[in-house]
Design a protein around this ligand. Structure first.
Ligand code: KG4
Ligand code: ZN
Length: 327
């Protein structure tokens, strides 16, 4: 089954075609980073308007790359939540209209399920069951996955998501948007041992997280320092170490608790080099999606949707995005 996937939940337009026999045929991404940069964050209305302009051109690009025509598609999947309501409306409206016009089945996919299944697009995918760490700008979740479609939440952030904490800390250190990757880059210049940051909630049982305190800790440490460029890099280093170590401790705990042999990492923060390095120390098989499939993309939506459609999922032809939607 050949399925078109459309992702428009935030500030990236992703479109891809996944074939259940042949795998991923083509994928394209358009990032709105430049559009939002001068505002220091995502402006929802601008995001929606830009998605409107990108979805169809990207669709024609992936079709051309795969050597297909619109009529060759057999299903359409789109992100129906969680995310920005306007941005989701765009993807849902275009996907549902295409499906209606082409007389194809369409399904709305949960954005985090898409992230969670992204490692399945790799040439050597993980086998089930596994534990998944979902770390993005909007979510930090540890999930037990006995099989695809069954997700048991083991722990989640009680405040900021890990990516959000990266972005907010970057902002208060004066870094540009989007801050997460820039903070990680700056941390490479930082010196180990300059500052010691807490590992929040690791002294309590369970797998929940809390990252907002680290942001405040970074600010007060910065204000008390001489505010040199080296201080900034040292704080970035200490902040990143604290997030990475906290995630490491909780992943270890989740693996012990579930006795699963495999850990799968997904979501934008999964692109963090230090995290990728550190999690390899776990006594488990650890899987990461390739960097471009850690952050938002259409391939993960095409894949998750293709599985659902292949299993016979039928949804009413209504446009009903869910900006808030638990996994
Ligand atoms: O999954 P994603 O692309 O979008 C959401 O669904 O949120 O994740 C984006 C998040 C942002 O907060 C971004 O700062 C963070 O992932 N991120 C990183 C890195 N690359 C992206 N955080 C730390 N280190 C990175 N290298
Ligand atoms: Zn995402």
């Amino acid at each position: 089954m050949r399925v078109l996937g459309i992702e428009t939940s935030c500030d990236e337009t992703g479109v891809a075609i996944y074939d259940t026999e042949q795998g991923l045929l083509a994928h394209r991404l358009f990032s709105q980073i430049k559009l939002h940069a001068e505002y220091g964050g995502v402006v929802p209305e601008l995001a929606s308007r830009d998605h409107i302009q990108r979805v169809l051109p990207l669709t024609y690009e992936v079709l051309a790359e795969a050597g297909l025509k619109l009529q060759d598609l057999e299903g359409i999947a789109y992100t129906s939540g969680p995310g920005l309501i306007g941005a989701l409306m765009v993807g849902a409206s275009i996907a549902r209209s295409l499906a209606w016009g082409l007389n194809l089945p369409a399904v709305g996919v949960h954005h985090m399920e898409g992230h969670l299944l992204a490692p399945m697009l790799e040439p050597e995918p993980p086998s089930l069951p596994f534990v998944a760490l979902l770390v993005s700008g909007g979510h930090t979740l540890l999930v037990d996955v006995p099989r695809i479609g069954e997700y048991r939440i083991l722990g989640e952030s009680v405040d900021d998501a890990a990516g959000e904490a990266f972005d907010k800390t970057a902002k208060l250190l004066g870094l540009d948007y989007p801050g997460g990757p820039l903070l990680a880059k700056l941390a490479e210049q930082g010196r180990a041992g300059s500052y010691k940051f807490p590992r929040p909630m690791t002294d309590r049982p369970g797998c929940d997280f809390s990252f907002s305190g680290l942001k405040t800790f970074s600010l007060t440490t910065w204000q008390a320092s001489a505010q040199t460029e080296q201080d900034k890099a040292d704080i970035a280093y200490a902040f990143e170490e604290a997030v990475v170590e906290t995630l490491f401790i909780k992943c270890k705990r989740a693996l012990e608790q579930t006795e699963r042999p495999t850990l799968v990492i997904a979501g934008g923060v999964g692109a963090n080099k230090r995290l990728r390095q550190r999690l390899k120390d776990l006594k488990a098989q650890v899987y990461f999606p390739r960097l471009e499939f850690c952050t938002d993309n259409g391939a993960m939506i095409a894949y998750a949707g293709a599985l659902r459609l292949q299993a016979g999922a039928v949804e009413p032809a209504v446009i009903q995005p869910r900006p808030r939607w638990p996994l």
